[in-house]
Design a protein around this ligand. Sequence first.
Ligand code: NAD
Ligand code: IPM
Ligand code: MN
Length: 351
Amino acid sequence: VRTYDIATIPGDGIGVDVTLEARRVLDAAAERHGFALRWTEFDYSCERYSTTGAMMPEDGVATLSRFDSILLGAVGFPGVPDHVSLWGLLIPLRRAFSQYVNLRPVRLLPGTTSVLAGRTADELEMVIVRENSEGEYSTLGGRHNQGQPGEFVLQESVFTRVGVERIIRYAFELARTRSRRVCSATKSNGIIHTMPFWDEIFELVAAEYPDVAAEQCHIDALAARMVQQPDRLDVVVASNLFGDILSDLAAAVTGGLGMAPSGNINPERTHPSMFEAVHGSAPDIAGKGIANPVAQILAGAMMLDHLGESEAARSVDGAVEKVLSEGRVATPDLGGTATTEDLGTAISEAL
Ligand code: NAD
Ligand code: IPM
Ligand code: MN
């Protein structure tokens, strides 16, 4: 039978619980659709950092590079500074595997408790195409005059022509398979160097796609619009930091962080892509067994789609929708009392 080699890094906090449920659902889908997933689990996490001093071993990247895909839970936990845990695992993996697209589809799922509950699903379906390899996430800069009254820090952003152009082009290509609308998040009225450069490249690429409606929106106004008129958006392309913020916002308006999946995509397929929920390790509910596993399960469906198993991916999406619309099994964030395992089991059974 067709077999895919999948590396899984459950990570920290609720990442561990939701990844377990995603594995169970994906295995059930694989069995139904005649293929197999061969899982290898890695303990890369803050716990590992606490005992060994490193989030992952030195050959971590080389080890993971042999897999067809990676399913990541979440990393980061109180006790280890976030810049240490995230720059020790998540961010280096995204860069080493040239996963320069962070694809974050959101749609209004049934059973949502969002501010937009009541609108119909077809009114709201968008995808955030987040630049995932450069931009505001940079190690350049430093701290000066430490301890003195004039103390300051500098943080430099890096926007390369190649990096900006490829993410914008990806967004336009994606728009051609959807509603042919792209909105670019910008801030050229307040940021002098990077965003005007981003806008300039956006306009050059947009000119190559006369069949796609292109618009530019300041990030502040776009945030408001995402709440008040989200149905007017489809493909939203954004820099690393803007895309990060917009994706939690988009998740919130379409059902909450427990429902939003994400794919770190290497479009050229020279390296594995990595799938994860948009949310983090949620220390406030970790260990309670009540995290919503839907985001991670949908991330798993994105992984199946990426592997070429689109029918299986669609059936996972369908099972999630069925269980959510019945509303019988719901975790606390959805207004219910079910556990992570209850909801995972219900989705597996709905397959
Ligand atoms: P978070 O996403 O972990 O949590 C934000 C809020 O949403 C919390 O109240 C949490 O309980 C809730 N929430 C998140 N996912 C949920 C789910 N599946 N079901 C129910 N409720 C859910 O964000 P945070 O608190 O800012 O970050 C916590 C840690 O996670 C930090 O260390 C952060 O750096 C890290 N983080 C990691 C990733 C990743 O690995 N990809 C992503 C985001 C944050
Ligand atoms: C995400 C997360 C990460 C990011 C953090 C944890 C570094 O918020 O995947 O959205 O900002 O990329
Ligand atoms: Mn984020």
